[in-house]
Design a protein. Structure first.
Length: 381
């Protein structure tokens, strides 16, 4: 059976060269990085080289990069410490953030009785920056947390505009950039963001590793206690093979960013065109159908399928070997509608099946043709 993997926003295949790099690290660099003997020193030097190389992609110092188990831990570390250690009393966010942010904010509200303010979202899923600016005009200690690229609808936040607004009003700014790191260049000297979260498995690296950027003298403190690893900000013996794998995956992604980005964008454009040519009433959720206002890596489509057939769509796609998603992979066990789509769609469109298709450089236009054929057959059956 033919198989098509169009769920790259959930996770990506690890590049072969990254696997080779990780295998070499596991064979040759097994020493504990905290040990002072030569085996430990060799492992430690690998980690610090990776930290320096990762920092260079963002024009920051190596000391501002802290390794974590992934984006979720990175988000939680920032949000919890900002409230607990920096005295933040109000968090400004939206209801379409990743649950790593939303659930962390909910817990902080319970534990610390902080104020949580949700920005209005229009029908395209965009925020109102004028509203944000108005909310920042007060004396409260505030933290703004807004994702750079929405993982379900692909909308792109003007990161610099928001960062400049926050800096001008003495507010802290955190962004979940899990869907953008490795796909977009971010110069953090030009963008005055305070905290940034990333995850390796979104750019063809290993699962279980990510990093958080913490602006120098951020004041944040650890949420995991034990040893003094990561300058006391994240206890636990480092997963050397994962860190060097993430470093290598990021280096390859940025070295090939223009070529691969152009190619992936052509896959998305072709997919959008094919959908529109076959289905008259197809619509795209958020800005995902707009190639200029959404990431080139995904599209979220609302299909004109009768309600009695809608529940079988993903099952049928899976039977045909097609991997895609109705929303975030983190929600796959939930029977509820996507929290993102529930905020932006009317009842008519919510009653129809929406599917997220996400792409990588490993995909082809032949795969698009196959998916379109399967969708056409299912709708017209």
């Amino acid at each position: 059976m033919k198989t098509v993997y169009f769920d790259n926003a959930a996770t990506t295949a690890i590049r072969a060269h990254v696997i080779d790099t990780m295998s070499a690290a596991m064979r040759l660099n097994f020493g504990n990085p905290s040990s002072t003997h030569s085996f430990g020193r060799q492992s430690k030097s690998l980690i610090e080289l990776s930290r320096k190389r990762i920092a260079s992609h963002f024009n920051v110092s190596a000391a501002e990069i802290v390794f974590t188990s992934g984006g979720t831990e990175a988000d939680n570390l920032v949000l919890k410490s900002a409230v607990r250690d920096l005295g933040v009393t109000e968090i400004i966010t939206t209801k379409i953030e990743h649950h790593a942010v939303l659930h962390a904010v909910d817990q902080l509200k319970v534990e610390y009785n902080i104020m949580v303010t949700y920005l209005d979202i229009d029908s395209n899923g965009d925020i109102n920056t004028s509203q944000l600016e108005a909310l920042l005009q007060n004396d409260r200690k505030q933290l703004v947390t807004l994702m750079h690229i929405n993982n379900e609808i692909g909308n792109i936040l003007d990161l610099k505009k928001v960062a400049d607004l926050c800096k001008a009003n003495d507010a802290l700014f955190h962004s979940d950039t899990v869907q953008s790191v490795g796909h977009y260049k971010l110069d953090l000297q030009d963008i005055p963001i305070d905290y940034l979260a990333a995850s390796a498995h979104k750019f063809h690296g290993p699962k279980g590793v990510g990093f958080v950027f913490l602006r120098k003298n951020s004041g944040l403190r650890a949420s995991i206690f034990g040893g003094e690893q990561e300058r006391g900000l994240r206890a636990g013996t480092e997963a050397i093979h994962n860190i060097v794998g993430m470093d290598e995956a990021l280096a390859i992604s940025y070295a090939n960013l223009e070529t691969e980005g152009t190619y992936i964008k052509s896959i998305k454009s072709y997919f959008v065109d094919q959908l529109q040519s076959i289905f008259d009433t197809v619509s795209f959720n958020g800005q995902s159908g707009n190639l200029e206002k959404s990431t080139y890596t995904l599209v979220n489509v609302c299909l004109p399928i009768a309600a009695d057939k809608a529940g079988m769509l993903q099952f049928q796609l899976d039977l045909k070997g097609i991997a895609c998603s109705k929303g975030s992979a983190c929600q796959s066990g939930s029977s509820q509608n996507s929290h993102v789509l529930s905020e932006i769609l009317d009842d008519t469109h919510l009653s129809r099946p929406s599917v997220r298709f996400s792409f990588s450089s490993f995909n082809t236009k032949d795969e698009v043709d196959y998916v379109i054929t399967v969708l056409n057959e299912f709708i017209n059956a």
